[in-house]
Structures are given as structure tokens and as C-alpha cells.
Design a protein around this ligand. Structure first.
Ligand code: 5AD
Ligand code: FES
Length: 354
């Protein structure tokens, strides 16, 4: 690569740090022309930025995957409606509370209720579950990740005590979105949900898959611009990973390398954002989550679901930790984080990006 280009791209990273954004063309170029050396430079700035705001603390979120029934048919996802091989399950209110109880004892102060879009859990049922969790664990934050709902439903959950909501936009580009989803789902509707959630007062998390089929550097540039505009409290990204029982069975998975680069860029764009090193990242590489932290991430989200159902929440192939107890993951992560000089803390871990 000619030297002037390299110099230019280092300067682009400096510009990103200075202005906290780039133009679409600049984002595209930086992503498309990235090199290992450039990435190292980016990661060192990203680590410095996260240290300024969050020190070496790592926030943990206890993930409770409470239903794998889903009315949607996203082409990439293993629990899509048309996957007749998926073994479906639902957790009862008692099961969910028992997961929280175990998690509380292990030092979790945030619980994330994640599930497919499952009509079994009516608004009334969700409100009851939310109220119970908040009543039993008043010092904990409660995050929902249950997909697209009406503004009214979002408001009811919020009034019942839900604090945060995770809804990845998946890809900002409408045409790309339509290649990953059935026509019943649109990028516009997804974004509308995110704006509604913000307006209601949730701490909002969005995000996207890295290396999803048909994704280009320009699409990723558009993701950065959308996230910059939304200014969420959290951004969850992970590599797309093939699931063998989906229409994308023959596609290539995303890479560790590009995912880490995008984490670094996100940390520089939104210095105070909460950025998880995701399970998908830990799945494509044995030390993926550690590398994610070293690229600017500051959150990990181990699983609190009962081991009996773990393997059935299969969004993609070879997901890690499906055989482990909650306590095992908690200890494992503690060691992993200590191994790279970071420390898991027992706190709610609210976002400083307000
Ligand atoms: N690979 C990686 N991530 C996936 N998700 C769904 N299916 C896959 C897959 N095959 C992600 C989506 C969703 C989140 C809960 O999991 O981004 O928002
Ligand atoms: Fe689950 Fe390591 S985090 S076993």
C-alpha cells in the first residue's frame, strides 16, 4: 500500500478522536483500507478513552434467555419461525426469578430478559414479571430485549420498572436490511422503535452484526452514522455466525478482526458508551472477548439461563457456554478479565453516555 494512504488513515483516526465523527466516505475508506498496524493504533486510543471514563472496571449483565419462540423469520437467526428443528421452550415466572436470585448471589446487578418475539408473553405477563423482579431486586437494573413492540407496550414496561432496552438495528441500510429479513420487517420500523424507546426514557442499546451476508464497508459506515445520530447508551456488536438450519447456511461468517476494528471505532466515536464483548465474539475465537475488551469494550454478558435450555437458544452454531452453570461462567470471566488486567465489578453499571 502506498505510504501516503497509510499516513492519511492514521490522520483519519486522529480526526475521529477530535471530532467524534467522520463523513460517510471517510468511514468507508477507513474500514475498507484498515491494516493490522492501523488497528493497533486505533485500539491504543480506544483503550485510553475507555480508561478515562470507566477505568479498568468491567460491568457484567446476567442474560436470561426466557423464550426461543419467535414470530419472525430473520434469515440469519437459528430461532426463526421456520426452523422446525429448533426445540422450543419458555421459562415460567418462577424460573426467571430463580435465575435472578442465582445471579444476584453471584454479584449481578443488571438482568437482561431476552427472547424471541413471543405472543405468549402478553403485556400483562411482561408487566408482572418486570414488577416482580424490580420488587425483589430493587438495587438492580432491568433490561428488556424482546424485539419490536408498539410504543404503548414499551411505555407500559417502562412504567412497570424496566430501565433499559436492547434492540439492534442490525443494519442501517434499508436495502441491505431487506436482504437479511422477510418483507414484513423493515429498517424504518426498527429505527422508529429505537426512537420511541429513547423518547419514553429508556437507556437504549442498539447494534449490528459484523460480516452479515451482503454487507459492505459502506453499509458499516452508514451504521456508524446512524448510531452517532441515535446516540444510544449501549452498542452491541458481534460477528455474524452461520447457523446451519437457516437460509444463510452456506454463507461465510464475519471475522474477529473486523469486529474488533468496529469496536475500536465505536469507542472513539462515543467514548462513554457501554460496549459489550459479546458471546458471538467469544464464539469465533477462544480469546475473542478478551480481545474485545482490549479493543475498547467494557461489558460482558454471561448467561444466567438454566443449563437445561441453554443449547436451545441457538441463534448461531457452536455458541459457547451452553454446558456451563452460571457460577462457572462468572468465575471463568473473572479469571479471563484478571488475566488481561481488568476487574469485574458488582454494580449496576449505568452508562455515562447520557
Ligand atoms: N450470528 C450472529 N448474531 C446473530 N444474531 C442473531 N442471529 C445471529 C447469527 N446467526 C444477533 C442479532 C440479534 C441478537 C440478539 O443476536 O443481531 O439482534
Ligand atoms: Fe462461560 Fe467461560 S464464560 S465458561
Amino acid at each position: 500500500m502506498p505510504k501516503y494512504t497509510i499516513t492519511d488513515n492514521y490522520a483519519l483516526i486522529d480526526k475521529l478522536k477530535e471530532n467524534r465523527t467522520l463523513t460517510k466516505d471517510e468511514w468507508t475508506r477507513l474500514i475498507a483500507e484498515r491494516t493490522p498496524e492501523l488497528a493497533e493504533y486505533l485500539f491504543s486510543l480506544a483503550r485510553e478513552e475507555r480508561r478515562l471514563h470507566y477505568g479498568h472496571d468491567i460491568y457484567i449483565r446476567g442474560l436470561i434467555e426466557f423464550t426461543n419462540y419467535c414470530r419472525n423469520d430473520c434469515l440469519y437467526c437459528g430461532i426463526r419461525r421456520s426452523n422446525s428443528h429448533a426445540v422450543r421452550y419458555r421459562l415460567s415466572e418462577e424460573d426467571i426469578l430463580s435465575c435472578c436470585h442465582t445471579g444476584y448471589g453471584l454479584g449481578f446487578r443488571t438482568f437482561v430478559l431476552q427472547g424471541g418475539e413471543d405472543a405468549f408473553y402478553t403485556d400483562e405477563k411482561m408487566v408482572r414479571i418486570i414488577e416482580k423482579i424490580k420488587k425483589h431486586f430493587p438495587d438492580c437494573a432491568l433490561t428488556l430485549s424482546i424485539g419490536e413492540k408498539t410504543c404503548d407496550s414499551y411505555r407500559r414496561y417502562f412504567e412497570a420498572g424496566a430501565d433499559r432496552y436492547l434492540l439492534r438495528h442490525e443494519t442501517s441500510n434499508a436495502e441491505h436490511y431487506s436482504k437479511l429479513h422477510p418483507s414484513s420487517l423493515t429498517a424504518a420500523a426498527r429505527k422508529e422503535c429505537l426512537w420511541n424507546l429513547k423518547r419514553i426514557g429508556y437507556q437504549v442499546g442498539t447494534g449490528f452484526m459484523v460480516g452479515s451476508p451482503y454487507q459492505t464497508a459502506r453499509h458499516l459506515a452508514e451504521d456508524m452514522l446512524f448510531i452517532r445520530e441515535l446516540n444510544p447508551q449501549m452498542v452491541g456488536i458481534g460477528p455474524f455466525i452461520v447457523h446451519h438450519d437457516t437460509p444463510f447456511a452456506d454463507q461465510a461468517s464475519g471475522t474477529l478482526e473486523l469486529t474488533l476494528f468496529m469496536l475500536g471505532l465505536l469507542r472513539l466515536m462515543l467514548p462513554k458508551v457501554l460496549l459489550p464483548a459479546t458471546t458471538a465474539l467469544g464464539t469465533i475465537a477462544p480469546n475473542g472477548r478478551e480481545l474485545g475488551i482490549l479493543s475498547g469494550a467494557n461489558v460482558v454478558m454471561p448467561n444466567l439461563s438454566p443449563t437445561s435450555v441453554r443449547k436451545d437458544y441457538s441463534l448461531y452454531d457452536n455458541k459457547i457456554c451452553t454446558g456451563a452453570e452460571a457460577a462457572e461462567c462468572r468465575n471463568c470471566l473473572e479469571k479471563r478479565m484478571e488475566g488481561i488486567g481488568y476487574k469485574i465489578v458488582t454494580e449496576r453499571g449505568d452508562s455515562l453516555n447520557l
